[in-house]
Ligand binder design. Structure first.
Ligand code: NAD
Ligand code: TYD
Length: 355
């Protein structure tokens, strides 16, 4: 049995689905179901006894103690977080609560549970913390990609809160000996991605005939990894990662945002051409830049490849095609996540933002 937190969100849900597809070890899935958590992501597991869903907060110590005692997991994988940079700029409080205080409460509950385990289970136990490359800050154009030794230089409330959580995880290992592993991954994309993030937002806006808002000059660089490759990396690190180590996860796919948007448009032009025969690129609109916008992220994933033999299965070209196709095939999922709260966010974030 493993305990996954945040398993109704984008990466967590993909992880739970893949975990149960490749093996038969049961999962307890603890998720608060914030705006980003969506039980429909897990619809295919309905009636599957190997998936136990619990709605709750990683900051709820009483609940955590009960779940750990009841299910006796051999590992905890922490995906739960507030994850969207733009939301962290509008309202950082939730980011501190969940990403910092929540991770602290989770670590404390896990430490007490772990310390009381019998010797063999204690030795085998793992706490895997899922983090981001954004903790390293912004790279100059010609600088080498982030290695695990790169300084922490977080620039947004989101990345600062994730950096804080990484430091807590590190300290719980050094001080208490908790058997932890940390992964720092680059930008993910793929099925079930909430359409507040760049790639799914561009797909759903394009199909809805809306503008495609590119921040600033569109030349900010992100390093993209297909979500299922991130999930396979996490499984590999859980299986064989060295205790207390961090592993950078990425697929060597650095691309400027405008290239991403143009690629999404080209795929939609091919797979679902506009009825007026025009390209979706005509919907691109440059809008006011994000404050403090990091210019470039790039991950050096050689440690993970060298030590654990992990490599991504998808190239950007195969992954982005699958992703666009998934959104075309799941209009009901898109309609369902675009609830009132989603519309309010889009209005707050993009209204009057034209550059
Ligand atoms: P997401 O926002 O899609 O999902 C987060 C999930 O956590 C949601 O289901 C939400 O309901 C749940 N959650 C939030 N607060 C909670 C709380 N207090 N208690 C329990 N559950 C709570 O995020 P995601 O993109 O799936 O990211 C998952 C993790 O991976 C995060 O820790 C994020 O920092 C990290 N990460 C994300 C990316 C990316 O590109 N999306 C890249 C690297 C790392
Ligand atoms: P995002 O998906 O929010 O991920 P992150 O900020 O964590 O990297 O954004 C990816 C890039 O796309 C980032 O440089 C900001 C940019 N972006 C836009 O240009 N327009 C948008 O509407 C959004 C949501 C993001």
């Amino acid at each position: 049995m493993i305990l996954v937190t945040g398993g109704a969100g984008f990466i967590g849900a993909n992880f739970v689905l893949d975990w149960l597809a490749v093996g038969d070890e049961p999962v307890v899935n603890l998720d608060k179901l914030t705006y980003a958590g969506n039980l429909h992501n897990l619809d295919s597991l309905q009636g599957d006894a190997s998936h136990v869903f619990v709605q709750g907060d990683i900051g709820d110590r009483t609940l955590l103690d009960r779940l750990l005692a009841e299910h006796q997991p051999r590992a905890v994988i922490n995906f739960a977080a507030e994850s969207h940079v733009d939301r962290s700029i509008h309202g950082p409080e939730d980011f501190i609560q969940t990403n910092v205080v929540g991770t602290f409460r989770l670590l404390e509950a896990v430490r007490h549970y772990w310390q009381a385990l019998p010797a063999t289970q204690k030795e085998a136990f793992r706490f895997l913390h899922v983090s981001t490359d954004e903790v390293y800050g912004s790279l100059a154009p010609a600088a080498a990609a982030f290695t695990e030794e790169h300084n922490y230089e977080p620039n947004s409330p989101y990345s600062a809160s994730k950096a804080a959580s990484d430091h807590l995880v590190r300290a719980w290992h050094h001080t208490y000996g908790l058997p932890v592993l940390t992964t720092n991954c680059s930008n993910n994309y793929g099925p079930l991605h909430f359409p507040e993030k760049l790639i799914p937002l561009m797909i759903v806006n394009a199909l809805a005939g809306k503008s495609l808002p590119v921040y600033g000059d569109g030349m900010q660089i992100r390093d993209w990894l297909y979500v299922k490759d991130h999930c396979s990396a996490i499984r590999r690190v859980l299986q064989a990662g060295r205790l207390g180590e961090t592993y950078n996860v990425g697929g060597w796919n650095e691309k400027p945002n405008i290239d991403i948007v143009n690629t999404v448009c080209a795929l939609l032009d091919e797979l679902r051409p506009r009825s007026d025969g025009q390209s979706y690129t005509t919907q691109i609109t440059y809008v006011t830049d994000r404050p403090g916008h990091d210019r470039r992220y790039a991950i050096d994933a050689r440690k993970l490849e060298r030590e654990l033999g992990w490599k991504p299965a998808e190239t950007f070209e195969t992954g982005i095609r699958k992703t666009v196709q998934w959104y075309l095939d799941h209009p009901e999922w898109v309609a369902q996540v675009q609830s009132g709260a989603y519309r309010e966010w889009v209005q707050k974030q993009y209204e009057g933002a034209a550059a």
